[in-house]
Design a protein around this ligand. Structure first.
Ligand code: FES
Length: 352
């Protein structure tokens, strides 16, 4: 609302300033007339050719943003991850990172620059003085805001300048794609990898400490032995990736003390093999209490009963430890009779 729209009786008393006579605020009249200088029209307000030039500049900036976004996507897809280039004065930099930063920067900057140029040259720049009101908006105010909004849309010339509107919509639609293509860096989905380990029928159980294949006689009652599949050496890259899933705990329990029937069938003379990886969030389990046959995870104290299918008897773990079915081969070594039948480790990939 301009000062001309405020009823005369609501305006405060006049005072002289550098800009001439203006109204000043007092308690009875809280709205001061700021005494703005007379409005000066811009060249674009009076010359349609200048307005056209501004329109083309804005459209050019939005188009540049679209091209930069296309360049961003093209850089991501086509530049090898390990290529480097020399950039003065920085030196050698990763080519893909440089191209992504440059194109995304240009895409965002030109949208901002286009919007600023549009506002400064083509949108209405009439100065207005507005009253301050309490925060609650009454229906009359809302209607006024609605009307102001429509007026603003009209003054922004977005309806008339279709070239600006279309290129702006194109730029704003394309720029979020930059974020979408970055999702590719999250890597491939694991697929069925989480459901399989290196164990398979006939793989020997190898003592992790001695690197020797285990015989039943190597596993004493009350001891806890850690085992890995044969053929997995510590210097192998595969070892780092797979040992976490394949690591086993081997204990020997008197067969008459094994309560779970399936556990007994999958054991050999009371020797049972369980995944060493806690089903809570995957810590390696290492504490064994031989009298109770309980194993304890040191991270959050989940406790599993190895004489009863390794069910959880305490703590936050949601599932029993997976058991590996084992037997003895013709040469008398302990061997796996299959892979685990359920995923090892944390239980958040649901067991089917
Ligand atoms: S990781 Fe084992 S209890 Fe949390």
């Amino acid at each position: 609302m301009s000062s001309q729209d405020i009823p005369e009786e609501n305006l405060p008393a006049e005072q002289g300033t550098a800009h001439g006579a203006v109204k000043v605020a007092d308690e009875a009249h809280p709205f001061a007339d700021p005494g703005l200088p007379p409005h000066e029209h811009r060249i674009q307000d009076i010359d349609e050719r200048a307005a056209k030039r501004s329109e083309r500049v804005v459209a050019f900036l939005f188009t540049l943003s679209m091209l930069a976004t296309a360049g961003f996507i093209a850089s991501f897809v086509s530049i090898p991850h390990d290529r480097s280039i020399y950039v003065f004065p920085i030196g050698h930099v990763n080519a893909m990172n440089f191209a992504l930063g440059l194109t995304l920067g240009v895409a965002l900057f030109t949208i901002g620059a286009g919007a600023v140029h549009w506002a400064r040259t083509l949108m209405s720049d009439e100065e207005v003085a507005d009253e301050r009101h309490p925060i609650e908006a009454d229906p009359e105010t809302r209607a006024k805001v609605h009307a102001d909004f429509k007026q603003g849309a009209k003054e922004s010339v977005i309806g008339r300048r279709k070239l600006i509107r279309n290129t702006m919509l194109g730029a704003l639609t394309l720029v979020p794609l930059s974020g979408v293509v970055l999702l590719r860096d999250l890597g491939p989905l694991p697929g069925t990898k989480l459901r399989h380990t290196l164990w398979s029928k006939g793989k020997l159980l190898v003592n992790m400490n001695t690197n020797e294949p285990l015989r039943p006689s190597d596993v004493a009652v009350g001891s806890l032995t850690f085992a890995k599949p044969e053929g997995l050496e510590e210097h192998d890259e595969e070892f780092q990736n797979e040992i976490a899933k394949a690591a086993l705990m081997i204990v020997r329990i008197q067969p008459e003390n094994i309560k779970d029937k399936r556990e007994l069938e999958w054991s050999h003379e009371g020797i049972v093999a369980y995944s060493k990886i806690c089903t809570h969030v995957g810590c390696p389990i290492s504490l064994y209490e031989q009298q109770t046959h309980h194993v304890l995870c040191p991270c959050h104290q989940s406790t599993f009963d190895l004489s009863d299918g390794a069910r959880v008897i305490f703590g936050p773990a949601g599932h029993a430890l997976p058991q590996l079915r084992i037997g003895v081969n013709d040469e008398g070594y302990l061997e796996a009779l299959s892979d685990f039948e359920e995923p090892v480790g944390p239980a958040f990939w649901e067991r089917g």
